[in-house]
Ligand binder design. Structure first.
Ligand SMILES: Nc1ncnc2c1ncn2[C@@H]1O[C@H](COP(=O)(O)OP(=O)(O)O)[C@@H](O)[C@H]1O
Ligand SMILES: N[C@@H](CCOP(=O)(O)O)C(=O)O
Length: 318
């Protein structure tokens, strides 16, 4: 379940009065999601999603609102938040920050098709091309300094081989990535398949921007490749890999430095999820009962990335 704060029909009907969005017809708690309380809200005019923010720094919410407003204004498939009759998006409900969104169509893809991979590569490329000069900033909460700090917290739970692997990799990231300045902009920060909705082959939308931040564009792309292009045995699914990268490169061509550091970035983002999942399992278990995601999946993926070279980033659209 992902309703940590239940809401009554009356509460939501009153809340809707703030907007020009119609009258409440149906309220349902959404079972997906892990961090916030999510509800499907049907009115006599719209299908909407209501999110109550249960964790995180509330001062960061305006960044997400402005980023979503910016992307929606440029017709990217994202849920631009509804603004109330005074023009304000960020609300309070049940003593929590709240946002109301359009409900986008579709399902999360489990085995993405070539067309779905093309669509996500194209959309991420468009988003990155659009946000190179996005004026609002939020530091990447999962950057190398976070990795270094988080690694210290999980070391006691690792065996000797895993400890050595983590130390060596982090030293490599510092040595191979830190000297370079990569193209930066606004990132989604967690663009897994389950943060997208597809209506058949059509991308209904990208959701859950709450890891959104300012950082290296390549970091965002590497997260996508690691999640979207792994077979059940964590080998690289090459057809999906090329579909995503070709579509992305057509929107934002890669620099020479990005091409050079690409294998390192794939390893760094694999280690980032190995770490964040280890933290959830061993250090900071969440208050709720949802099953944590398996850190071992990203340990296996990291080992795969170390052992098997990936094809280079495309130089030009094929
Ligand atoms: N705008 C939206 N349109 C359609 N479904 C949505 C939308 N936003 C969220 N959802 C649904 O709610 C679920 C939980 O939302 P999400 O933002 O991922 O929650 P959490 O932040 O708790 O992980 C998603 O997996 C999706 O099924
Ligand atoms: N998609 C992630 C969960 C979100 O990452 P976090 O760093 O915010 O915990 C996963 O699959 O682990």
């Amino acid at each position: 379940m992902a309703v940590f704060t239940p809401l009554s029909d009356d509460q939501v009907a009153d809340f809707l009065e703030r907007f020009d969005a119609g009258r409440l017809v149906r309220l349902e708690g959404v079972s997906g999601g892990t961090e916030n309380s999510t509800f499907f809200v049907t009115t006599d005019r719209h299908a909407l999603v209501l999110t109550l923010f249960e964790q995180g720094d509330q001062r960061e919410l305006p960044f997400f609102v402005e980023l979503l407003d910016h992307l929606a204004a440029h017709q990217l498939p994202v849920p631009g938040p509804l603004h109330d009759r005074q023009g304000i998006a960020l609300q309070r409900l049940a003593d929590r920050p709240a946002l109301l969104f359009p409900r986008l169509p579709g399902e999360h893809p489990e085995q993405p098709t070539q067309a779905q991979c093309h669509a996500i590569g194209q959309t991420l490329g468009q988003m990155h091309a659009l946000t190179r000069d996005f004026p609002v900033n939020r530091a990447n909460p999962r950057d190398l300094s976070w990795i270094e700090q988080a690694a210290k917290r999980v070391m006691p739970y690792l065996d000797a081989d895993e400890q050595q692997l983590m130390h060596e990799q982090i030293a490599d990231f510092g040595r191979l990535l830190t000297p370079h300045v990569l193209p930066r902009g606004a990132l989604h920060g967690d663009l897994f398949r389950d943060n997208t909705l597809f209506d058949g082959e059509r991308l209904g939308g990208v959701i859950d921007f709450y890891n959104g931040c300012t950082g290296d564009l390549l970091f965002d792309l590497a997260i996508v490749i690691n999640d979207w292009c792994a077979t059940a045995q964590t080998a690289l699914h090459e057809a999906r890999y090329h579909a995503i990268l070709d579509a992305y490169a057509a929107q934002r061509p890669f620099t020479a430095i990005e091409r050079e550091v690409w294998p390192v970035m794939l390893r760094m983002t694999a280690l980032r999820y190995w770490l964040s999942r280890l933290l959830v399992v061993h250090v900071d278990p969440p208050a709720h009962t949802l099953t944590p995601r398996d850190p071992g999946e990203y340990l296996r993926l990291l080992r795969q990335r170390i052992e098997v070279p990936v094809p280079p980033l495309p130089t030009a659209a094929r």
